[in-house]
Design a protein around this ligand. Structure first.
Ligand SMILES: [Zn+2]
Length: 96
């Protein structure tokens, strides 16, 4: 059994969250304390983190494709690719 360093509650390992403080120390906290610290619950937090990661990769992929199109096919394709990238980025940030 692990113990929450904030409220002292005992919690099963799978519920325990590791919070890394600014001093690089690790502390074990429970989901409730996480919610109090972060202002959002852990599920929302990890969902947002995950979707931000996906957006990042989608945009990175589009940018790479744009650069490729630009160097291989010329500036018009580059601009078209850039517009696509912007659209995807805008669309993805609207979902959140
Ligand atoms: Zn706690």
């Amino acid at each position: 059994m692990l113990k929450c360093t904030k409220c002292g509650r005992e919690l099963p390992e799978k519920e325990a969250l590791v919070h890394i403080k600014e001093s690089k120390e690790q502390e074990i906290i429970c989901p409730e304390c996480f919610q109090k610290c972060a202002g959002i619950d852990y599920k929302t937090f990890s969902y947002r983190k995950e979707s931000a990661k996906q957006t990042f990769w989608a945009v990175a992929f589009c940018l790479a494709a744009t650069l490729y199109a630009f160097s291989e096919k010329g500036i018009l394709y580059g601009i078209a690719g850039l517009i696509c990238t912007l659209l995807i980025w805008r669309f993805a940030s609207k979902i959140k």
